[in-house]
Design a binder for this molecule. Structure first.
Ligand SMILES: NC(=O)c1ccc[n+]([C@@H]2O[C@H](COP(=O)([O-])OP(=O)(O)OC[C@H]3O[C@@H](n4cnc5c(N)ncnc54)[C@H](OP(=O)(O)O)[C@@H]3O)[C@@H](O)[C@H]2O)c1
Length: 270
């Protein structure tokens, strides 16, 4: 596996196995995108509300990469008109289409069937190749699937050894939904951990890389944010080693439903 490796979505389209997150990547956005693409990143994750879309668009242009050399994920908000918001996102990015459009989070009422219809229209018109959701619980996924008759390609959720859900993993695997793992480094909050240190020593790597590698091996697609060039470069070393079964089991044992956003990840219901 390397940075050109892909997973296949249920549509048959391919998605890179590692993404660059851009929440708070508001400084030197364009230059960071150019560097990341040069280093080998192929997927960029953003959202209208991150404020990074214009900088990303500028960076994509500056990079000289052709459209099929990168994969762009963006999102619509729960109170948006999803079709119009898709057009707005694309206009900020200066792109003709996104590879994946997501509903950023489920609305307070219902599961976003109107939003879903808006994204379906956007896809029908070629504005995006695939559509999915973010922060949906298993019950919300089921309800959306029942009501729309379609399975989302992706559920983008907070996901690390410190906070994940076996039930979600099994449901997504069973239904061909790819989990995109956001905040895979816990935003740096849980990097000081004895087990991460021990496994980093064992594999001659670093604690952040152990976390990213766990994501890949559990079958998720990590979206990691890095503004600093040394972090960008280091994170690509996730492809240079492999955790064994015992390492994975021990990492799985760290799960205490940690979330850097609230008391537990949004998709885990009490
Ligand atoms: N769908 C949603 O609701 C949602 C919610 C949250 C996030 N996301 C997406 O997921 C992306 C990633 O999540 P995140 O930004 O919350 O957190 P994250 O990727 O877990 O952590 C980012 C932090 O880790 C640091 N870092 C990166 N590589 C490192 C390394 N090798 N060693 C030490 N520190 C390192 C970064 O520093 P520097 O930047 O200084 O290099 C930054 O401070 C977001 O950017 C966004 O695209 C989606």
């Amino acid at each position: 596996m390397d940075s050109d490796s892909t997973v296949t979505l249920k549509s048959g389209n391919k998605m890179p196995v590692l993404g660059l997150g851009t929440w708070k990547l508001n400084e030197r956005t364009a230059d960071t995108i150019v560097s990341a693409l040069q280093m080998g990143y192929r997927m960029i994750d953003t959202s209208g509300d991150y404020g990074t879309q214009p900088g990303i668009g500028e960076g994509l242009k500056k990079s000289g990469k052709s459209r099929d050399e990168y994969y762009l994920v963006t999102k619509v908000e729960e109170d948006d008109d999803a079709y119009q918001a898709t057009k707005q996102d694309l206009s900020e990015l200066g792109l003709e289409y996104a590879d994946l459009m997501l509903i950023h989070r489920p609305p307070t009422r219902g599961v976003g069937t109107d939003l879903w219809r808006g994204l379906q229209r956007a896809r029908d018109e070629g504005l995006t190749r695939d559509i999915g959701v973010s922060n949906y619980s298993v019950d919300q996924l089921k309800e959306l699937m029942d009501k729309s008759g379609e399975t989302p390609a992706v559920n983008q959720i907070e996901w690390s050894p410190f906070g994940f859900s076996r039930q979600m993993l099994e449901f997504c695997q069973h239904n061909g939904i790819i989990i995109q793992a956001y905040s895979p480094l816990t935003r740096g909050e849980r990097l000081n951990d004895e087990l991460l240190d021990e496994l980093a020593d064992k594999h001659e790597t670093t604690p952040p890389l152990v976390l990213l590698r766990w994501s890949l091996q559990i079958g998720a697609v990590p979206i990691v944010k890095a503004n600093q060039l040394n972090h960008l470069q280091e994170n690509l070393e996730v492809f240079d080693f492999e955790l064994d079964d015992e390492d994975m089991n021990r990492l799985n044992g760290l799960n205490d439903q940690y979330s850097s956003l609230s008391s537990k990840p949004m998709y885990i219901k009490s």
